[in-house]
Design a protein around this ligand. Structure first.
Ligand code: SF4
Length: 472
């Protein structure tokens, strides 16, 4: 077992097992991991003033920062382990290399220090101590929240070390045993490289957490009420379930009916129309003389929107290849210029609504308008043109899907992205690559991806309009 298994284990036992024993062909490359590595290297490099080198030689030479070192050792009871410290930082002391020693350091994204960071440091220190022949009292957590390098010192006391030893023992037992169950908290799966593999199994076994809106708590509530899988949920009486659940939580009554309908749709693979106040009729009226589709690519970690994409639709009967697409890059040094261009596009057709998927785009436009000192009335008028298709589709349809994300819904409608295995995270990965290399190929990929996002949104709008009169 190694540091990476420990990191996975603290998130999901099954992930640690799959990382160790799983068939690699089932694993999908994760842009999150790659982005994390790049960020990590940049901040470590800044922290060590660029004096960062790789491997054992770097320790012997006493460089300030050392990465890429793997140290094997024996933990206890003949358990072989390997640490892969993210960074070793030179400090005062005495070690086998001379009048200095190294402390382990880890990278942290955001504010929160988690078990993952603490365990990694404690585990690293255990093998590093005997390797460098010097005691380690503390480890460092390095982050760059708010645009500056922050360092937190963590004392690796007896209690923490003991805790980690116990976790390592459980990890060892897990890796030697059978594959653990899928995690109850399926939110963890969204950025996991084994997601496709686990999703397939969850669907085959009728996992309740496959149903939109059902998290681990609701799933265990249903199980204690005798509903153990999607099949039994789909055939359960809505009223009976409502009665049962509302005894525990009064807000659950209405949800019960949704859960049952969602399970029915999921199993039958048929969508279910929710009759409401003609939301989609209204959509048709609003867009009949033309509309924009708007989609943003952003880096949520540093709150930077790097691409604004507009698709101009004069008429729905025009072939999709003929719609005009306009991408606007938002380089950090010409923010105002991008904002001005966005408003110019939106003002070119003042009456047109702006369709988007999810709340991000509307929030971004309001912020841009505030930044440009628009009056309250102007901001309200602009915001009133925005129509969120994600909200609209959820209000009018129950789809036979696990979630209502843009990719899931438009894939179900038959839309295909030009580039395979793409996602917002992959676009962010390309953006980071572009900033490092200035290679235009990455920009082209991002723009193609954003254009496809706009076209996918268009496909959902067409579905809503085409099926607006359907009743279930
Ligand atoms: S997809 Fe989910 S259950 Fe499967 S290994 Fe990853 S986190 Fe665990």
């Amino acid at each position: 077992m190694n540091s990476l298994h420990l990191k996975s284990f603290t998130r999901c036992k099954r992930k640690a097992w799959l990382d160790f024993k799983g068939k690699k062909s089932y694993e999908v490359w994760s842009p999150h991991k790659a982005i994390d590595k790049i960020n990590q290297f940049q901040i470590f490099s800044e922290f060590c003033n660029g004096e960062i080198y790789t491997g054992l030689k770097a320790c012997e030479n006493g460089y300030q920062g050392v990465i890429g070192l793997k140290i094997k050792g024996n933990l206890f009871q003949n358990i072989n382990a390997e640490i892969r410290p993210q960074l070793l930082v030179k400090t005062k002391g005495k070690s086998k290399w001379g009048q200095y020693k190294y402390l382990p350091a880890v990278y942290k994204l955001g504010h929160k220090t988690t078990k993952e960071h603490l365990f990694d440091l404690a585990f690293s220190s255990m093998l590093l101590e005997s390797f460098q022949e010097s005691k380690i009292e503390k480890g460092l957590i390095i982050s760059n929240f708010g645009g500056k390098v922050n360092v937190e010192e963590i004392y690796l006391n007896k209690k923490l070390r003991k805790k980690v030893l116990n976790v390592l023992l459980s990890l060892n037992a897990c890796l030697e045993g059978f594959m653990p169950e899928i995690t109850q908290d399926r939110k963890k799966c969204t950025i996991c490289s084994w997601q496709n593999f686990c999703d397939k199994e969850a669907k085959e076994n009728g996992y309740l957490t496959d149903i939109d809106g059902i998290g681990s708590k609701t799933a265990s509530l249903l199980i204690t009420n005798g509903i153990s899988d999607t099949q039994s949920l789909a055939s359960y009486s809505e009223k009976k379930l409502g009665d049962k659940l509302s005894k525990l939580n009064y807000q659950m009554y209405e949800k019960a009916s949704l859960f049952v309908k969602q399970a029915q749709a999921y199993i039958s693979e048929e969508p279910h129309r929710i009759i409401n106040k003609n939301d989609t009729n209204d959509l048709l009226k609003k867009i009949c003389s033309g509309f924009f589709i708007f989609d943003i690519e952003s880096n949520p970690d540093n709150k930077h929107e790097f691409l604004y994409g507009f698709l101009k639709i004069n008429n729905l009967s025009i072939k999709k290849e003929d719609h005009i697409y306009k991408p606007l890059l938002n380089l950090k040094n010409n923010k105002q210029e991008s904002y001005r261009k966005i408003i110019e596009i939106l003002s070119s057709e003042k009456q047109w609504p702006v369709l988007h998927y999810g709340e991000t785009e509307k929030i971004a436009i309001i912020n841009i308008a505030k930044n440009l000192n628009f009056s309250h009335e102007e901001i309200d008028l602009l915001a009133s043109r925005f129509i969120d298709l994600h909200t609209l589709i959820r209000k009018s349809w129950i789809l036979p899907l696990k979630n209502y994300g843009l990719k899931t819904v438009s894939n179900w409608l038959g839309f295909e992205w030009m580039q395979k295995n793409v996602s917002g995270s992959k676009a962010l990965y390309w953006w980071i690559q572009y900033q490092i290399t200035e290679n235009e190929i990455f920009l082209k990929k991002i723009i193609q991806y954003n254009k496809d996002d706009c076209l996918a949104t268009l496909q959902i709008a067409e579905y809503l309009i085409k099926n607006q009169l359907k009743k279930n």
